[in-house]
Design a binder for this molecule. Structure first.
Ligand code: UD1
Ligand code: CA
Length: 431
């Protein structure tokens, strides 16, 4: 790709059908807002993509999310939602006399991939187009804008469902709502947009017809995986998009040599990397950025909450939760444990029911713990952070560890065992 890229992401709409206090674009998939998925798909194109998000409904919440997560993304307010074309017009002053390609996407279409955006740009440049619109063919195209092509197959117009006659409604090729614009030639066209249509809105789709009128070149880029433009309008759509993103990642993992025992009950965020010959057992939920090396076993019923690294050959078993935990090779955390904010070496055994107490609910602070290679933690122990357990140390079961433990020592905090002979017989009055 030769030219610079900027992106406009439309996110001013209310999302009425979500029935929510939250703006639509802040609803989450794997704990990341829809808008975050859209921004990152664009940012991965190249590291200097400037991104502008058009905000409107509950703009202050969207601004807050962007400012605290994406430093270099700008926002622009669309005070009244007068249509997709009007939304883009709000971003024009920020783009000014830019001479590259401008990508437009929607903040409620989180399944779009960077590869598809890249292909869209490539075709746009190869064909020297002024506008390229991303299209798809649907068996049931209801609700989408229809792509009207001329007899020589050129895209000439997009007609919205509400403005379409019966003949137009039969067209199965639809507008995916994603565009690549040659900004230098196309910016003029935006001054000609009007709201003379069934919805009284400034339609972004009208730039196609207007570009044609100005003798500019218009193209369509048809995708084959319709899931990429799956838009979210309702909670049902949100669940479906979650499935699309999850299943796509599970397929990639299986193709690369990871065993996914049950694709219906395993959920793994695409931000999690897993190496080959690792097995993921049913009912496992993994979100955020994690790295799991080769020959590991994870689950059944495990939960990774992000920031975790699991080294080669390690086991994360049933009812184990990890958060910000770095675990080296051949370490076992097999049952009923919580490990948060910790670094564990290799060849460690964590007994069933071990809890890393990393959080102080009064100070709201989290503290870290360190376990060196070869450590063994007895069942039902609590490690109150910050503690350091040195190499080969042994913690007796049911201990509450609040101080560092030296290498090869035994640390134990429980009372010693007491035995009262014949106690049961005495209770029964037998003696
Ligand atoms: C739009 C397209 C339609 C296409 C479909 C694909 C238009 C006129 N129609 O229709 O051809 O098939 O997307 O999904 O463009 N938004 C704003 N400000 C506004 C209006 C909308 O920011 O004033 C944002 C919304 O938040 C949303 C996006 O633009 O993220 C799309 O708007 P939406 O109302 O969903 O358009 P569709 O009717 O789906
Ligand atoms: Ca939509």
């Amino acid at each position: 790709m030769k030219k610079e890229v900027r992106a406009i992401i439309l996110g001013a709409g209310k999302g009425t059908r979500m029935h929510s206090e939250k703006p639509k674009v802040l609803h989450e998939i794997f704990s990341k807002p829809l808008l975050g998925w859209c921004i990152e798909a664009v940012q991965r194109l190249r590291n200097d993509v400037q991104c502008i998000v058009v905000t409107g409904h509950k703009a202050e919440c969207v601004d807050k999310y962007i400012n605290s997560n994406y430093e270099c993304v700008k926002t622009v307010l669309q005070k009244e939602q007068l249509g997709t074309g009007h939304a883009v017009m709000q971003a024009i002053p920020l783009i000014g006399n830019f001479k590259g390609n401008v990508i437009i996407t929607c903040g409620d279409t989180p399944c779009i991939t960077t590869l598809t955006l890249q292909n869209l740009i490539n075709q746009h440049e190869d064909t020297c187009s002024d506008v390229t619109v991303l299209t798809a063919e649907f068996e049931n195209p209801t609700g989408y804008g229809r792509i009207v092509r001329s007899t020589n197959n050129e895209v000439v117009e997009i007609i919205e469902e509400k403005d379409a006659d019966e003949q137009t409604k039969k067209i199965k090729e639809v507008n995916g709502g994603i565009y690549c614009l040659n900004w230098e030639t196309i910016k003029e066209v935006f001054t000609k947009l009007s709201n003379n249509n069934a919805q009284g809105e400034y339609y972004l789709t009208d730039i196609i017809k207007l570009a044609k009128n100005n003798s500019l070149k218009v193209s369509g880029y048809k995708i084959s995986d319709n899931n990429e433009i799956y838009g979210i309008n309702s909670r049902k759509n949100l669940a479906e998009a979650f499935n699309i993103i999850n299943k796509r990642h599970l397929n990639e993992l299986m193709d690369s040599g990871v065993t996914i025992v049950d694709t219906n009950s395993i959920f793994i965020s695409p931000e999690t990397e897993i190496e080959s010959d690792t097995i993921i057992f049913p009912n496992t939920y993994i979100e955020g950025k994690n790295k799991i090396a080769k020959f590991c076993k994870v689950g059944p019923m495990a939960r990774l909450r992000g920031g975790c690294e699991v080294g080669e050959g390690s086991k994360i078993g049933n009812f184990v939760e990890l958060k910000n935990a770095k675990i080296a090779k051949n370490t076992n955390v097999c049952h009923l444990s919580y490990i948060g904010d910790a670094e564990l070496g290799s060849n460690i055994n964590i007994g069933a029911g071990t809890i890393f107490a990393n959080y102080n609910s009064i100070t709201k602070e989290k503290k870290k713990s360190y376990l060196e290679d070869g450590v063994s933690i007895g069942s039902n122990s609590v490690l109150v952070a910050p503690v350091k357990i040195k190499k080969d140390a042994f913690i007796g079961a049911l201990s509450v560890i609040t101080k560092d433990v030296d290498s090869s020592s035994l640390a134990i905090t429980r009372n010693s065992q007491k035995e009262i002979k014949n106690w049961v017989k005495k209770q029964k009055g037998e003696i």
